[in-house]
Design a protein. Structure first.
Length: 201
């Protein structure tokens, strides 16, 4: 798992303080976990940097007045519904000895063999939720789809890994290759031609 550094300052809670922080082009955040609950703020550019790197899930948070950097993961982001600007971010402190839950991006590799035969590739999955120890968390979940033929599919049950558990339902569809309209039409024409030839025999 990749980490990015974030620098912040402790803040007071309350709507007025939050409003002032946002006007100053900073973003209110909170860091919580075992024996820790620190409201802080950081420059908006810091968090935009995190958002730019989709494979980064860990952060090293350095808060003014605290001696040590604190490793954490991003748990929740609130966006403005109109401007889409970041309003607030929750970070959860990592305990190396305890597994954590988070969503990882899915990266597909290869070209399905069924597509070369005229099939249609289908997938709506972009992320999967996993549970793992921090040291075992990959940057992303890599899925090889090159062996998918027409009619084949991949579900969560097919992706189990010894280093992490996927928490999505086991029957969740990850990817499949189905007959395209062109392929179905060609098969219908072929079947008609075969029947015609059999009648002529």
């Amino acid at each position: 798992m990749k980490y990015v550094n974030i620098y912040g300052k402790k803040r007071n809670v309350g709507k007025k303080n939050v409003r002032f922080i946002r006007i100053s082009e900073n973003i209110p955040c909170i860091l919580y976990g075992k024996d820790i609950n620190i409201p802080f703020y950081t420059a908006s550019e810091n968090l935009k940097k995190v958002m730019r790197y989709g494979d980064i899930h860990g952060v090293n948070i350095k808060i003014e007045g605290y001696d040590k950097n604190i490793k954490a993961v991003q748990k929740e982001i609130q966006f403005d519904p109109v401007s889409d600007e970041i309003l607030h971010v929750d970070f959860y402190k990592i305990e190396e000895s305890k597994p954590i839950k988070l969503s990882l991006p899915v990266k597909f590799v290869g070209r399905p063999i069924g597509v070369t035969k005229g099939g249609e590739y289908y997938s709506l999955i972009r992320k999967l939720k996993i549970k793992a120890f921090p040291s075992d968390i990959p940057e992303f979940i890599k899925i090889d789809i090159s062996s998918l033929d027409i009619g084949d599919r991949i579900i969560v049950k097919d992706l189990q890994n010894v280093k992490y558990s996927i928490l999505d339902p086991v029957q969740t569809l990850i990817a499949r290759v189905k007959n395209s309209r062109t392929t179905i039409k060609e098969e219908d024409n072929k079947n008609k031609e075969d029947k015609k030839q059999q009648k002529n025999k």
